[in-house]
Structures are given as structure tokens and as C-alpha cells.
Design a protein around this ligand. Structure first.
Ligand SMILES: *Cc1c(COP(=O)(O)O)cnc(C)c1O
Length: 344
């Protein structure tokens, strides 16, 4: 039995999701005539209490479009040094928008309002780039699925308002944050100028992200999406997967979180593990003990057909997801404890 915990993006659409996709009504979305895409965008906008939404093929494109919409070339955005927009979007911030990043060393990828405030360049000091945008991520990817304290996000919003900055949320895993912190989408809709949400991570769709914002912003986002090559035609088939997942795959995120916590507890019992980053959602990051032979670990994973992500410097990552079943979970817990609990 193969166990693949590299990412929550590796899931296969379920038979019921495929059925929903096949029966979708579609039209040409570049003319805004795909009824299923329009329904998905409207229902997400409604869910977050924002005016409008726009479907994107990837979260990267949705974030990049948001940055383009909120900035002018030469300006600067503020984000954490772990941020996806800085680390994992191919340098798009400079390539697409001609913007630089003021990086902050936050806690597990999360900023504080004080850190944001002290990173703003004085607007009349024309030698430095003009700060115009703050990007935050919830949950954090490189931070191991950590969730913001909602009050801190609110304090950051106040800093943005005071200094005339735009405020963008990279909500690729916002569904996990909502589940873990018992906040509602409308809480977040009130804070941000734009939010990108992902359908292909925790929710298990094959494709898709949606950018949310004001009617005016999303109107302009149509042009940016077109420029980036993201204007697509009969994509109601993909949007139907999103509508299906919003209805059927949100509640089960609690299972992913429980399993991640159980993996954390098991790993903490093993003498071969040096450190486990506290689990908040569906991501488990751990470091092997420095004196443990990593060849033995590699051989164990290979023999048992277990795939994890390597993060360098002895760090590993597991992400629980829709296709990680209870049977796989119990097997993995058993294997870890049998093999390594009295290793030395
Ligand atoms: C996955 C992810 C994205 C978007 O990734 P795509 O693969 O382009 O859809 C953006 N931000 C964060 C935090 C992510 O984890």
C-alpha cells in the first residue's frame, strides 16, 4: 500500500466529484458566459462577504494578479521571509509587477502589526521604494500550517489603513485555518482588499483558485488574468469540482487535522526524531536527530513505499489530505512506532 504525504495537492478527484464535473453546464468564460464558473465565483464572494470573485488556473496566478493590481513598478510589498509569493512563485513579484519585497522574519511565516509598521518606508523619503502592499498567508505553507491569531490580522489591517497600504491574503489554505480556529470566511472578507483561495489543496479539486475583492478590483483583474494567459473557455467543468468540494469536502478537513496531530504525537515518541514543529492544521514538519543515519530513514521510506517531502538540513514534511485514508494512517503510525520507538 503506497502512502503519499508529499502534499495535499496530490489527490485524485473522487467519483462523485467527477460526476459533478461531467454534468456541469458550461460556456465561454472569457465572455463571462460560463454559468458554472459564474456560480462558483458568486458563491465564494458571498461566503466571504466580498463583492466579486474571479477564477484562476493556479494560486500563483491569483496572487500575482493581486500584486499587479495593488502596485506600480518600483514599489515595495511587505511579506514574511517564508512567504509563498516570495519563495515559490518563480520571482513573479519582480517579473510581473516590477516590485521588490521587504522581508520580515516573523514567527512560522506570520507577521505582527508592529513588524509591519516598522518595515514601512517613509513615503516622503524618495530614496527608498514606496511601500504600498502587505501580503500575509493563512495558513502558512513554509511555516508548517500555522494559523494567524485573527486579532493580529486585524491589527495589521489597522496599520495598513493608517499608512494607506493595500492588504492581500494568500489564502491557499484558508479552509484549514477556518477549520482550526473556528473563524468564519466573513471575518476575513472584512479585513482584506483581496483574498486568493485555493480549491486544489485541502479541498481536493484538480485545478483552481479564486481571487476575491471589490467589483472594481475584480473588473480590472479580468485584464490582468488575460495578460498572464489565464483567460480560459469552457472551464465550468473545473468550477463544478470547486462547487462540489465546497459542499462536500470542508467538514472532513477535521480528519486531516486529527491525523496530523496523531502523527505529531507518534513522531515525538521516537528517539530518531530531534524536533517536531507543533501541528496546527494538516502539515507536519520534523527534523531527524543529527546522529541518526539518514540512509536508514531513506531505506525505510523506500521499503514501505512512503513518500514524504524533503526540506533540506534533515527536515521532512508530511501533509495529510483527502486521499490519505484511516487505513493508511493506522499503518503508518504502526510502522513508525514498530521500527523506531526503541531504535538506539
Ligand atoms: C500552494 C500555494 C499557493 C498556490 O500554488 P499553486 O500551485 O500555484 O496553485 C499559494 N500560496 C500558498 C501559501 C500555497 O501553499
Amino acid at each position: 500500500m503506497k502512502i503519499d504525504l508529499r502534499s495535499d495537492t496530490i489527490t485524485q478527484p473522487t467519483p462523485a466529484m467527477l460526476e459533478a464535473m461531467l454534468s456541469a453546464k458550461v460556456g465561454d468564460d472569457v465572455y463571462k458566459q460560463d454559468p458554472t464558473v459564474n456560480e462558483l465565483e458568486a458563491s465564494l464572494a458571498h461566503l466571504f462577504g466580498m463583492e466579486a470573485g474571479l477564477f484562476f488556473p493556479t494560486g500563483t496566478m491569483a496572487n500575482q494578479a493581486a500584486i499587479k493590481l495593488h502596485t506600480q513598478p518600483g514599489e515595495q510589498l511587505i511579506c514574511d521571509h517564508f512567504a509563498h509569493v516570495f519563495n515559490y512563485e518563480g520571482g513573479g513579484v519582480s517579473f510581473n509587477s516590477g516590485v521588490s519585497c521587504q522581508l520580515i522574519k516573523g514567527q512560522r511565516g506570520m507577521l505582527t502589526a508592529d513588524q509591519v509598521e516598522s518595515a514601512i518606508n517613509p513615503p516622503d523619503f524618495y530614496h527608498s521604494p514606496l511601500t504600498t502592499l502587505v501580503c500575509v498567508e493563512n495558513t502558512t505553507n513554509k511555516g508548517g500550517g500555522a494559523c494567524y491569531d485573527f486579532l493580529e490580522l486585524k491589527r495589521i489591517q489597522q496599520v495598513c489603513q493608517m499608512h494607506g497600504l493595500r492588504y492581500h491574503l494568500d489564502g491557499a489554505r484558508i479552509w484549514n485555518a477556518l477549520e482550526a480556529t473556528h473563524t468564519t470566511p466573513k471575518h476575513y472578507g472584512k479585513l482584506f482588499d483581496s483574498i486568493s483561495v485555493c480549491l486544489s489543496k485541502g479541498l481536493g479539486c484538480p485545478v483552481g483558485s479564486v481571487l476575491l475583492g471589490s467589483r472594481e478590483l475584480i473588473g480590472r483583474a479580468m485584464r490582468v488574468r488575460k495578460v498572464l494567459g489565464g483567460g480560459m473557455r469552457q472551464i465550468g467543468y473545473l468550477a463544478a469540482a470547486g462547487l462540489y468540494a465546497l459542499e462536500h469536502h470542508r467538514d472532513r478537513l477535521a480528519d486531516d487535522h486529527r491525523r496530523a496531530k496523531e502523527l505529531e504525537a507518534a513522531l515525538k515518541k521516537l528517539p530518531i526524531i530531534d524536533h517536531v514543529t507543533p501541528v496546527e492544521t494538516n502539515i507536519v514538519i520534523f527534523t531527524l536527530a543529527p546522529d541518526f543515519e539518514s540512509d536508514i530513514w531513506d531505506a525505510f521510506l523506500k521499503k514501505q513505499d512512503i513518500s514524504l517531502s524533503q526540506m533540506g538540513e534533515g527536515k521532512w514534511r508530511m501533509v495529510t489530505h483527502l486521499d490519505y485514508t484511516e487505513v493508511q494512517h493506522q499503518k503508518l503510525l504502526g510502522l513508525l512506532l514498530d521500527e523506531f520507538s526503541s531504535y538506539y
